[in-house]
Unconditional design. Sequence first.
Length: 112
Amino acid sequence: PEHLGLLTADPWALVGRVRHSGAIFLGESSPHAMGDYVAGPNHVLPTGGTARFSSPITIDDFVKISSVISLGPADVDRLGAAAVAIARSEGMTAHARAIEMRLANRGREPRA
């Protein structure tokens, strides 16, 4: 759920068992409205069952990151055959061919 209240004598005993919730409110003194306005966490929570795979909004949602890949010739030699096999299994023949060409240009045939 977007919001979950654990209104038991010992809510801390149950909090570890919660698998999916945008915000968890522990005990009668932690009402939903306090969490929304003054308790500290962000008010933008996953709704519509999306707490199964997403989290409340954070600063990370506004930061763009990029993956940086740098392989040397020895890495292509070592990993090329596996990459060709994966590309072919996915039907990505142009990807497979691009790797095969790099291997061939280095005097190496791809290993199946």
